[in-house]
Design a protein around this ligand. Structure first.
Ligand code: ATP
Ligand code: MG
Length: 288
């Protein structure tokens, strides 16, 4: 399935209100999508095993979205079946006192995947140019007044770009997914969470409060995505009103990007192969 159209080209200003939340790239069979997702998961399992054995690259997959856009479900469905040893999922919540005593990338740095692993961020350093911007929380983060100037967001985009470039140049492949949901679909999902006892726990009063800031968030997302989609760390805007499509297309992109790395099991040298042969002989001779 094509997904080129979902990537945000570097240095282009996007307008989220003009980007569909329900498009399915011409694909309409939910049943077929499920089968394709299953197939992609199989491929990912194999690719992950090689990535791990190769111990060369790490992958960092970032999910950002408005509430109820399906971050948790996408992570659960797309990453199911992967070897837990090679995968790390981090959910970034409101920063703790200790975290606030450091620069905003401190906790991010600590959570980065090691070589050979896939790291998944459920929210990320982008919260520091989203929620922090929308709710004007910068004074919790930066104490000296002189550094809290009106260029702060531009500066942060720069810092993020520099940081992600540095990660890329150190072998961390970064993919960033914005799950793009409509306000209407969010309402439907919230109502479901309220009506379905099994989903009650997912609903919090704060969700409604945040919904009131919808426009501010869209604006903040729009600018953040436009300023930080780079060849070394691209953003993908994923229509998220249909869960089956979100999951399928995210899995397609991950498989595609992993295949590009051509991960493979390390090739043994002649000497290593000889050692293996000797070890086998020893084992076969061992009659005990
Ligand atoms: P769920 O789907 O379970 O609701 P969630 O990711 O929304 O998952 P919550 O515990 O509801 O998890 O929310 C985490 C909250 O932490 C979000 O409102 C998010 O905006 C906030 N948060 C994350 N990073 C920061 C940050 N750097 N500064 C301030 N708030 C942050
Ligand atoms: Mg929440």
């Amino acid at each position: 399935m094509k997904h080129n159209n979902l990537i945000v080209k570097p240095n282009t200003k996007i307008n989220l209100s003009k980007i569909s939340t329900s498009d399915t790239n011409g694909f309409n069979s939910k049943k077929e999508a499920k089968a394709m997702l299953k197939d992609n998961i199989k491929k990912m399992v194999e690719l992950q095993a090689k990535l791990y054995a190769q111990d060369k690259y790490a992958m960092l997959i970032i999910f950002q979205a408005m509430d109820a856009a399906g971050k948790d479900g996408t992570i659960k469905h797309v990453m199911s079946g992967l070897n837990p040893q090679g995968t790390q999922v981090y959910s970034f919540k409101q920063p703790s006192k200790t975290e606030l005593d450091h620069g905003y990338l401190w906790r991010i740095n600590k959570a980065l995947p090691e070589k050979g692993r896939i790291g998944i961020f459920n929210r990320s350093h982008y919260e520091d140019v989203l929620v922090v911007r929308v709710h004007d929380l910068i004074s919790d983060q930066i104490t000296p007044l002189k550094f809290r100037n009106k260029n702060i967001w531009k500066q942060r985009f720069q810092q993020i770009n520099n940081f992600e470039k540095y990660l890329y140049e150190n072998g961390i492949i970064i993919l960033k997914f914005f799950l793009h949901i409509s306000k209407d679909e969010q309402k439907k999902r919230f109502l479901k969470r309220i009506d379905d006892p099994a989903k009650n726990w997912k609903f919090s009063e704060g969700d409604i409060k945040e919904r009131a800031y919808w426009g501010n968030y869209q604006k903040a997302y729009q600018e953040a995505i436009s300023e930080t989609s780079k060849t070394y760390a691209p953003w993908f805007i994923i229509p998220a009103d249909k869960k089956w499509f979100t999951r399928l297309v995210v899995s397609e992109i991950i498989v595609y990007e992993m295949e590009k790395l051509e991960p493979d099991y390390p090739k043994l040298t002649g000497e290593q192969l000889n050692k293996l042969r000797k070890a086998k002989e020893l084992l076969l001779d061992d009659k005990k």
